[in-house]
Design a protein around this ligand. Sequence first.
Ligand code: FAD
Length: 409
Amino acid sequence: MNIVIAGGGVAGITAAEAAHLADPRANITIFSQEREALYFRPRLPEIVSGKVTADKIAVHPPEWYREKKLELRLGESLAQVSLADKEIRGSLGSRQTFDRLLLATGAESFRPPLPGANLKGVFAIRRLNDAINLFYEAGRASEAVLVGSGLLGLEIGHALTLKGLKVHVLERSDRVLPRQTTPKSGAKLGEALTKMGFSIHLRQEADRAYGTERLDGVTLKSGEGIPAQILILATGITPNLDLAKALGIKTDRAIIVDEYLATSAPEVYAAGDCAQTLDGFTGLWTVSRLQGLVAGANLVAKDPGSRQVYKAQPPSSVLKVAGIDLIAAGNIDPDNKLLGLEAEDGGSYRKLVLNPDGLLVGFTSLGTTKGNLELTGALARKIIPESLRADLGRIDFDFARIKELPPVN
Ligand SMILES: Cc1cc2nc3c(=O)[nH]c(=O)nc-3n(C[C@H](O)[C@H](O)[C@H](O)COP(=O)(O)OP(=O)(O)OC[C@H]3O[C@@H](n4cnc5c(N)ncnc54)[C@H](O)[C@@H]3O)c2cc1C
């Protein structure tokens, strides 16, 4: 069986490993546009701060690929596919036939159309090289502007504060990290970040970047100007869909896949940040890895009936900024459309969200990690905490009690 994988990120490499495990005789070739073998992309902020060097964030040593007999073509994109001939071409001229193909092409940073975004000093961080370049550029800067206060933006911003830069955060919403906070936790998080040296500008948007060749600053839509030598654009991601579109495969925001992670083209699967499952699109490492496991097994499945079904877990995100404990898992319902049980004590905050059937569908906590493990488990097990409802609103709730609740069928 000949398997070809486009993309050497976590989805592609996990799929290759799973396919090899299920069928050690399969020939597996991975085309990887990037020159570096798989590295922990979530650790790029540590490259920016200088905490670690690139070799420390590699996921596997080179011999791992040899042992698994995976042919990893670093620096070569999968450029063309003929579905009729079951043949691909690589950007360096290689040709190869395949039985099954996996699109694991991931995503790029979304770059908003901002005048001046081509100036030196403007960054969007997705690849190792972006992080290394920012590390050097930040070494001679004193002020940075961060557009977007999502997880990635705040983590990169924090890395810059560790390098001694003053970081201005522009957020068009009324609170920082709007997708992972409620109004209460967003306000508390904003206070904590301000204490750490961030300058937070809410309900503000960048109008243009100015400077000659090199960035001198950013003008906001309000007319205010902020001098800065670094501008970080952290406004989301755009899935890489070129290959899928060229093949006429159905796409929406990303490549549409069914419960087996199969695309609309026969024998072609998709996984990771380029895929949109029945549960939607998340853009997370953990989700991409899980999809890679399922897609890999299905790539070498002997018949359609033996394929694995992908079951999405409630997405969970953690803000990796030292000194701030923030987790958001499942539906945290910031607009309070469902029943929310909120608890607060000084800097600590927790909210549990129950749907109309009383089922726990999400939770978030800030300033405390107590209960995170138990609640994450409870979300996956699907429980109805009806009998504990009166006590759940207490910040010092004993979460061992939640383990005793039976799962819902
Ligand atoms: C700074 C940062 C911090 C993050 N932090 C977290 C976090 O804390 N937690 C979390 O869950 N997620 C985090 N993420 C998101 C996570 O890294 C991604 O969800 C994950 O890397 C997606 O994996 P993937 O394999 O689908 O795609 P990618 O990692 O994007 O890999 C796809 C690869 O395919 C290559 N490619 C594209 N087209 C082709 C082609 N035609 N031929 C060959 N190769 C191709 C791309 O160049 C890329 O190397 C973070 C991301 C960033 C950038």
